[in-house]
Design a protein around this ligand. Structure first.
Ligand code: HEC
Ligand code: HEC
Length: 295
């Protein structure tokens, strides 16, 4: 008995220290994802007139986009209790992220990429939720989104999603460019408002005055076709992602969140590039049809 008690008293503080270390690693992972590749701030932080993110209002909510069938605002996801998600548990945040359902049962709408986020691993989803609990609380009331389309939900509740092994560089790149970074959501062609996975990476989607910008952008073809990034070097692709500089040295324009992508690690960039080079090459998408302006 004596030895057991001694062991317990010796081991308990050790277990406590290990748990604290795990929590620390989890928060670091969450910070990395939210502040770089996952690009949550691209929608949840207001943009300044030059297209960069307002550092004073990080994750405090913002206008996202006005489409014919909806007008979307990204809510305040800082821990402010009244205007943010301060009283949500980490489980509730994970459920919103992967299932698209709020604690009050309301189904969340586009353009947040729930169809992709469903495949975020448990480790990463909980890391994101844990990190969100630690960002500075900002009081900011955000308008509610309005949808003139039904929001039936995104499928059965997400159960357990295992980690994607990093030594499988193409699979890990696919995980980063899909579920985590949703690069492939912007860069896969939408037909009549529905993503067409047969045109993976082909681009051609128009982002008109998204985030209140005065300009529109069209997502690029990032398949390994010569119309896409087939003739680009790895360095040119990485520079486009992290610095927003095109192949000819020209400045690319947001909606793509280059400012956040600057923090993506070299290892993750290598994985993304390897994955992009592995997808089927597709010629340029047909010229986008401009929506008519209401006068
Ligand atoms: C493309 C834009 C976009 C991106 C990127 C995005 N979100 Fe959202 N998010 C939204 C919109 C819009 C809503 C509200 C939808 C609605 O009103 O039904 C939302 C809702 C939420 C909610 C529910 C909040 C509430 O009060 O209802 C949470 C939590 C959330 N997002 C977290 C995240 C996290 C974490 C990330 C990054 C991994 C992220 N979002 C990335 C646009 C985005
Ligand atoms: C919110 C939508 C959006 C997201 C998310 C996004 N992109 Fe983009 N991307 C664009 C748009 C729009 C352009 C074109 C910008 C321009 O022409 O000025 C672009 C341009 C590019 C280019 C330059 C290609 C060229 O021909 O000029 C590359 C490479 C690229 N994106 C890769 C990625 C990768 C990899 C990710 C994820 C880490 C990503 N994008 C996430 C919208 C997005």
């Amino acid at each position: 008995m004596k030895t057991l008690t001694l062991l317990t008293t010796l081991l308990l503080p050790l277990a406590g220290a290990a748990a604290a270390q795990d929590r620390e690693a989890m928060l670091e992972r969450g910070e990395y994802l939210v502040e770089t590749i996952a690009g949550c701030g691209n929608c949840h932080t207001p943009h300044l007139p030059d297209g960069s993110l307002d550092p004073e209002m990080a994750l405090a909510g913002a206008f996202v986009i006005e489409e014919p069938v909806f007008r979307a605002f990204a809510p305040n996801i800082t821990p402010d209790v009244e205007t943010g998600i301060g009283d949500w548990t980490e489980d509730e945040i994970v459920r919103a992220l992967r299932d698209g359902v709020r604690p009050d049962g309301r189904v969340l709408g586009p353009p947040m990429s729930f169809a992709w986020y469903r495949d975020i691993s448990d480790t990463d989803a909980y890391a994101i939720a844990a990190y969100l609990k630690t960002v500075p609380a900002i009081r900011n009331e955000v308008e509610l989104s309005t949808f003139q389309i039904p929001l039936p939900g995104y499928g059965p509740p997400v159960e357990n999603v295992p980690d994607v092994p990093r030594d499988d560089i193409i699979a890990y790149g696919e995980y980063l460019a899909g579920p985590v970074g949703h690069c492939m959501d912007c860069h896969t062609t939408y037909v009549a408002g529905v993503i067409d996975m047969d045109q993976l990476g082909r681009g051609g989607n128009v982002y008109p005055r998204v985030f209140g910008f005065e300009w529109a952008t069209v997502s690029a073809n990032i398949t390994p076709h010569e119309d896409g990034i087939g003739n680009w070097t790895d360095e040119e692709i990485k520079r486009a992602i992290t610095d927003g500089i095109g192949r000819e040295g020209q400045e690319l324009r947001p909606a793509m969140p280059f400012g956040l992508y600057q923090g993506i690690t070299e290892e993750d960039l290598d994985a993304i590039v390897a994955y992009l080079r592995s997808i089927p090459p597709l010629s340029a998408a047909p010229a986008p049809v401009e929506e008519e302006e209401d006068e």
